[in-house]
Design a protein. Structure first.
Length: 116
């Protein structure tokens, strides 16, 4: 059974930090490109960051550049997103996404709320 399980979300004050994790199982994690995608209330899905399987190239949305770091640990089948200097606009459900060819898997999401 394919599973992507996100964790690490929560309530944080503006300027704070969170580290999101995405634990993968049931598929060959090292062969999949991975992404973090978020959805704020009433808004569309928004690609936050991505990391390739080959070469480990990374992508960051402009709003996250300089404030976040994506990484993956192939030995632990886990992807991470370190987010710093969080802002209220970062409030959203953060989803983990894995793609390879026609295969496309999603996690259930973890809530991130940035509020004082």
């Amino acid at each position: 059974e394919v599973q992507l399980v996100e964790s690490g979300g929560g309530l944080v004050q503006p300027g704070g930090s969170l580290r999101l994790s995405c634990a993968a199982s049931g598929f060959s994690f090292s062969n999949y490109d991975m992404r973090w995608v978020r959805q704020a209330p009433g808004k569309e899905l928004y690609g936050v960051s991505a990391i390739k399987t080959v070469g480990g190239g990374t992508y960051y949305a402009d709003s996250m550049k300089g404030r976040s770091t994506i990484s993956r640990d192939t030995a632990k089948n886990t992807m991470f997103l370190q987010m710093n200097d969080l802002k209220p606009d970062d409030t959203a459900v953060y989803y983990c996404n894995a793609t390879s060819g026609t295969y496309n898997y999603w996690g259930q999401g973890t809530q991130v709320t940035v509020s004082s």
